[in-house]
Design a protein around this ligand. Structure first.
Ligand code: PLP
Length: 419
């Protein structure tokens, strides 16, 4: 077996998660789906996109462009131009079309970026991706072709009172060296809903500058769209930064459109990798959303429809959690500052989070065990925290989410009671 075949036949975390979701959806048993990162179905956004799709279907030239043409490996040129204009008008970033490439979902962009910046070197030695704040997105975990692609750093855990905590980057432990090829963080963070402060981003940016390596900022849930951010932060880009965006969490996970904003040299390398792997990026997402980018409506939809919708769901889910767990056992939730997850921490949980996940699945509630979200921390010994957390998605129906949270609370309390 080749190393490549071996790697992709292994049961990677992301693979087992997507498999689990697929099987649960296809099964006969009703399941409360609080496991995946599927966005909710927001009627106003879907209706707006349906209008655009009908307009394309009714226009033979637009339809021909939609289905009948390969785009260049960098991506659909008119959409890229519209993005450049929108981002420059909004943030004054001074972008040109050479600064943007499109990929088939941002997951594909991460695969290419991680292997551009990490792995064995021609001259001997290797480079790694530094994840400055664990826990971090499980989809990164197996995206490196070489061994030990990631190293990550334990966070500082700040108790904010009222069963709430926040992870902060531990800059005292964050050590860079020649082996670090890039720094990468998701902001907002999947799985925790954390949003790195501007100060943290500034410090990471400074470190990236000192070592002359890229700072990859994963904005899949971030600014300027879908803007699932509930705190005040400033969007940030310059040539040191590789900003990855996506249309998925706006409500288009099925069209698979990722957007990478970086200096021209990185965009050229990424376009080259994209040509080899995909030939071209799909045009569907870019063409469907182009009018909304040209008019700026993508920003108002994100700020006025998408963000408040998720924020209201977050508040509801959090209130149910508080009522269901009360003072009955040790529990914390990460301050939910963005994305679509509650990250629960049960200090001294008598069973592993994986066992808890299995018990919940048996009761018809699908969540994700927190232990998956510590890529690059294999050498950290047995930090119990890694096995005491759960990720709970609140993007689906509020009643279902509330029912799921009540079952989670019952199971956790029972685990503590039986210890
Ligand atoms: N980054 C983060 C933090 C995510 O949570 C996800 C998906 O859940 C992705 C990237 C990849 O999303 P997509 O490939 O749909 O753009």
């Amino acid at each position: 077996m080749t190393e490549f075949a071996h790697k992709f036949s292994e049961q990677a975390g992301i693979n087992s998660l997507m498999d689990d979701l697929g099987k649960a959806l296809a099964g006969d048993e009703p399941m409360i789906m609080m496991g995946g990162g599927n966005p909710g179905h927001l009627a106003s956004v879907q209706e707006r996109l349906r209008e655009e799709l009908l307009a394309i279907a009714n226009d033979p030239a637009a339809f021909q462009r939609l289905v009948g043409q390969y785009d260049a490996p960098q991506g659909e040129a008119t959409f890229i131009r519209a993005l450049v204009d929108l981002l420059n008008a909004t943030y004054d970033w001074g972008l040109t079309p050479e600064n943007i490439a499109l990929t088939n979902g941002s997951q594909a962009a991460f695969f290419m970026l991680f292997n551009l910046f990490a792995g064995p070197l021609q001259a001997g030695g290797k480079k790694q991706i530094l994840l400055p704040l664990a826990p971090e997105y499980l989809g990164y975990a197996d995206a490196g072709l070489g061994p030990d692609t990631f190293r990550s750093v334990k966070p500082v855990i700040e108790d904010l009172g009222d069963h709430t905590f926040k992870y902060r980057v531990d800059f005292e432990k964050l050590e860079l060296d020649e082996q670090v090829g890039a720094i990468c963080v998701s902001r907002p963070t999947n799985p925790t809903g954390n949003v790195l402060t501007d100060e943290e981003v500034k410090k990471l940016h400074k470190l990236a500058g000192e070592w002359n390596i890229p700072l990859i900022l994963d904005g899949a849930y971030g600014s300027p769209f879908p803007e699932l951010i509930y705190t005040e932060v400033t969007p940030f880009w310059d040539e040191q930064v590789v900003l990855c965006l996506s249309l998925s969490k706006l409500g288009l996970p099925a069209v698979r459109t990722g957007i990478v904003i970086a200096k021209a040299e990185i965009i050229r390398a990424l376009s080259g990798a994209n040509a080899i792997i995909n030939l071209a990026t799909g045009s569907f997402g870019p063409q469907l959303v182009e009018p909304l980018v040209k008019s700026g409506e993508i920003l108002s939809l994100s700020r006025e429809e998408v963000r408040p919708w998720y924020q209201a769901k977050m508040h509801k889910a959090r209130a149910v959690l508080k009522e269901a767990l009360a003072e009955d056992c040790p529990w914390y939730v990460h301050q939910p500052e963005g994305a679509m997850f509650l990250w629960l921490w049960f200090p001294d949980l008598p069973i592993s989070s994986y066992e808890l996940y299995l018990r919940l699945k048996a009761r018809g509630v699908l969540v994700v065990s927190g232990h998956y979200f510590f890529p690059g921390m294999e050498d950290e010994g047995d930090w119990p925290h890694r096995h005491e957390c759960l990720r709970v998605t609140y993007s689906q129906d509020d009643e279902q989410v509330a029912a799921g949270i009540r079952i989670i609370a019952e199971e956790v309390k029972q685990a503590f009671a039986n210890a």
